[in-house]
Design a protein around this ligand. Structure first.
Ligand code: G1P
Length: 298
């Protein structure tokens, strides 16, 4: 069985109610952190990890996502004609080419949950394990989270590998939580997973964030998965069912995760990226928003 991850699934059909009114006409995945939409960070991460096929599980009302991620020849031609070749080059480098890249768009017309969204991609994936990226979870670090996970997955033996981080007890109800059995390097071993438990029922504080590498049997598990938390078909439940046979690991990534599905998380991510941009850094400094760094010898 190959451990080579060739496909990434992007579940992007959600209504984005937490970000209304910003998301009334604009898909939440197109909200920018500074000047780059969330979906772009997710696509860049997948490409960096060597993903060959990108499957977007979208909604008919969110066609702007496809317009953003795919190359727009008319726009780049127009930019070049106006002497803005550098902007055109940057845009076409970031975009997926209909000829050279392998992108697919599948519609999830009913809000039946994350598990159902992943199942919608079933007929469009290449063989082997599949990655799932939730663009709401922006992870910034020296090495991209999916790249680290692909490497750990290839070397390891678990069938399902999910990105995890420790969260405080009063936050466990927001996440899928692992039932931890041990630790092997940067992988937390688990024999199950619970979706959004109450603090008192949570098996640990190891929370799943939006990066998964899943054994292809996830699709047959999802086909028979009854609705769970919130009446939705939960990816967490289908992963948990396979844990005993396939092995389940929580990968402790090296980067920092920002919950860009929330205003505070989005703001924090914006501050982080602003501090890396000279022009924005000057604004942060002017507002006293930069923590004093360690003294630098002259
Ligand atoms: C989803 C998953 C949950 C996971 C979370 C990470 O929940 O169902 O298990 O911990 O993403 O962001 P959502 O935030 O979409 O409700």
């Amino acid at each position: 069985m190959t451990r080579h991850v060739r496909t990434a699934i992007f579940p992007v059909a959600g209504l984005g109610t937490r970000f209304l009114p910003a998301t009334k006409a604009t898909p939440k995945e197109l909200l920018p952190v500074l000047d780059t939409p969330l979906i772009q960070y997710a696509v860049d991460e997948a490409r960096e990890a060597g993903i060959e096929r990108l499957v977007f599980v979208s909604h008919p009302s969110k066609s702007a996502i496809e317009r953003h991620v795919m190359e727009d020849m008319r726009l780049t031609k127009e930019l070049r004609a106006r002497g803005k070749a550098d902007v055109a080059d940057a845009l076409s480098e970031a975009a997926l080419s209909p000829v050279e890249d392998d992108a697919r768009f599948v519609m999830q017309t009913e809000p039946k949950g994350l598990g159902h969204a992943v199942l919608c991609a079933k007929d469009h994936v290449l063989d082997g394990p599949v990655a799932v990226i939730l663009p709401d979870d922006l992870i910034l670090g020296q090495v991209a989270c999916l790249t680290e996970m692909v490497e750990a997955y290839a070397d390891g033996s678990v069938g399902h590998l999910v990105a995890t981080m420790e969260v405080p007890e009063d936050k466990v109800h927001r996440y899928g939580i692992l039932s931890v059995t041990g630790k092997a390097g940067s992988i937390v071993m688990a024999d199950g997973m619970v979706e959004k438990p109450k603090a008192k029922d949570a098996p640990s504080r190891q929370a799943v964030v939006g990066r998964y590498i899943l054994d292809p049997s996830i699709f047959s598990a999802l086909e028979t998965q009854p609705p769970g938390a919130g009446g939705e078909i939960q990816l967490t439940d289908a992963i948990a069912r396979g844990a005993a046979d396939l092995g389940l690991g929580g990968f402790q990534f090296s980067g920092t995760r920002f919950d860009c599905g929330s205003k505070a998380g989005m703001f924090e991510a914006t501050l982080e990226l602003a501090s890396r941009d000279p022009e924005c850094l000057a604004v942060l400094k002017a507002h006293g928003l930069v923590r004093p760094g360690p003294a630098v010898a002259a």
